[in-house]
Design a protein around this ligand. Structure first.
Ligand code: FAD
Length: 480
């Protein structure tokens, strides 16, 4: 059986996925166009759910001490992100560092990361995927059972497959620069008469300026703008002259908001920015992508190894497309609140009153942090099904059967290597066993052993002893 999976793109999502696939026992090749990791300044926020996942994989310590900010904002309206989680709030870590650490983890687990490979053709013949890439030694071909496109917002694979990618094209742009030698005051999402401005000076004396001019058309850009353009717009919006500053980095981003209709096209799947493009606001883009990877990894690895029950892989699209749609909607709302002209002020004023009310605040904080993600269960499932379990060690990437007693522990034996029994304090209710997926979400809760077996089969495939005997349950998820 070909358990090989090609991941296109060694950004944070591709590297997280590579590690997850290795934990699931798949053979992984990551093809990355860049010869060296990027040094570009990008996302800097990890949210609570991502931190919980990193902790469950034993990766929290590797990140060391991180600056922590309990507050955040919704469309520039300040709000507290505190929720019941060991990691609530925002954790500041440059994306370059996140990539470096995830890359090291994936390689240590055995992922084969090939740099300087620019994918240019993908063919899915129904039985396998053939990938063609330009490499320093010419055009090379790799064959695999599956391919996952983690090649970012301008995804080559998305274009090659012609995947439908509906949504809203960009109508608003932000110009951004890191500048040395500026003596201007800090501004936090300041909405002025002509636009919105942010300025933040770091301890090294570099000021990040970010500016949007209301109503300014999004130019057709083939390259990043020069600093003169940034300082012109900054002058018009704030009245300040920053043209004498020394730019270190200049960049733009916009409010394009698009999501693939389907995250799976045969043997080709999509994750991260390749699957959904959104304005990078409040750090949700990166976190959404990392959580795509953690949802997909164990399912795809099981599929490639032949242990996955029928339909498991398709739950990736079902679960993550719905989460993505909701996040993209909140990001689009925030873009309007932040970047529309004075006509949006009445909406902002109303929200500024609504957001601090505890119910609303908790709802928004749950959405922004990813802590409220709940995958849908069946009508007869326990209400906790689909929610996350925290503070469990899943660094081996296995599912867990949290058991109330020894007899239940024996029950998981035929799924050894896929599911590990653990005795924990009651997670849900005394006497109940809890089946936990490798991504930390609850698959089943109950006390009847035959239902536990059915749930194990439904999520982790047939028991080992039966797998060789053409198990009649295989391919027929048994429900509850
Ligand atoms: C310029 C920029 C600034 C951003 N700023 C912020 C920010 O301030 N805050 C925030 O929260 N988010 C920001 N984001 C968004 C955030 O960086 C992304 O959400 C995150 O990087 C998504 O990770 P990814 O792995 O899906 O894609 P990427 O990080 O884009 O990684 C994709 C990888 O695929 C590789 N690749 C592309 N095509 C090919 C190919 N044909 N063959 C092989 N490899 C290929 C690329 O080289 C890249 O390494 C920014 C994004 C960009 C592009």
């Amino acid at each position: 059986m070909d358990t090989r999976i090609v991941v296109v793109g060694a950004g944070p999502v591709g590297l997280m996925l590579a590690g997850e696939l290795r934990l699931g026992g798949a053979e992984v090749i990551v093809l990355e166009r860049r010869e060296r990791p990027t040094t570009e300044s990008r996302a800097s926020t990890l949210h609570a759910r991502t931190m919980e996942i990193l902790a469950s994989r034993g990766l929290r310590a590797m990140f060391g001490d991180l600056p922590h900010e309990p507050r955040g904002h919704f469309g520039g309206i300040p709000m507290d992100l505190t929720l019941p989680s060991r990691f609530s709030g925002q954790w500041k870590v440059p994306q370059t560092r996140t990539e470096e650490l995830l890359g090291r983890w994936a390689v240590d687990l055995g992922a084969d990361v090939r740099r300087g490979w620019a994918v240019r053709a993908v063919t899915d013949d129904g039985g396998q995927v053939t990938v063609e890439a330009d490499t320093p030694t010419g055009v090379r071909t790799v064959r695999a059972a599956y391919l996952v496109a983690c090649d970012g917002q301008d995804s080559t694979v998305r274009k090659l497959t012609g995947a439908e990618f509906p949504g809203w094209p960009a109508t608003r742009e932000l110009l951004r620069a890191d500048v040395r030698g500026l003596d201007i005051r800090n501004r936090r999402f300041e909405r002025l008469d002509r636009g919105m401005a942010v300025a933040a000076r770091n301890p090294q004396g570099v000021t990040r300026v970010m500016v949007h001019e209301y109503g300014r058309e999004v130019p057709d850009r083939s390259a990043e703008p020069d600093f003169a353009e940034v300082s012109d717009v900054w002058k018009r919006v704030t009245g300040e002259d920053i043209s004498a500053g020394e730019p270190i980095w200049v960049n733009t981003f916009d409010d394009a908001n698009q999501q693939l209709t389907s995250y799976r096209h045969g043997r080709v799947l999509f994750a991260g920015d390749a699957a959904h493009v959104q304005m990078p606001i409040g750090g949700q883009a990166l976190n959404l992508g990392l959580q795509d990877a953690v949802n997909l990894g164990w399912k795809l690895a099981a599929q490639a190894r032949g242990t996955a029950p029928e339909g498991l892989l398709d739950t990736y699209h079902d679960e993550r497309h719905a989460v993505g749609r909701r996040v993209l909607a909140n990001i689009r709302t925030q873009a309007k609140l932040l970047l529309d002209d004075a006509s949006v002020e009445p909406v902002r004023a109303l929200l500024a009153e609504l957001v601090p009310a505890e119910h609303n605040r908790a709802l928004l904080a749950g959405m922004i942090s990813g802590l409220d993600v709940r995958y849908p269960g069946g009508p007869e499932d326990h209400p906790a099904v689909g929610t996350r379990v925290i503070d469990l060690d899943q660094r081996d990437g296995q599912g867990l059967l949290a058991v109330p007693g020894r007899s239940f522990a024996r029950l998981a034996r035929p799924w050894a290597g896929r599911v590990r029994p653990v005795s924990t304090p009651p997670l849900i209710a005394h006497g109940d066993a809890v089946l936990i997926r490798p991504d930390g979400h609850i698959a089943w809760v109950g006390s009847a052993p035959h239902r536990a077996r059915a749930a194990l089969t439904r999520w982790f495939g047939p028991p080992a002893a039966m797998a060789d005997n053409d198990n009649p349950e295989k391919g027929h998820p048994s429900g509850h």
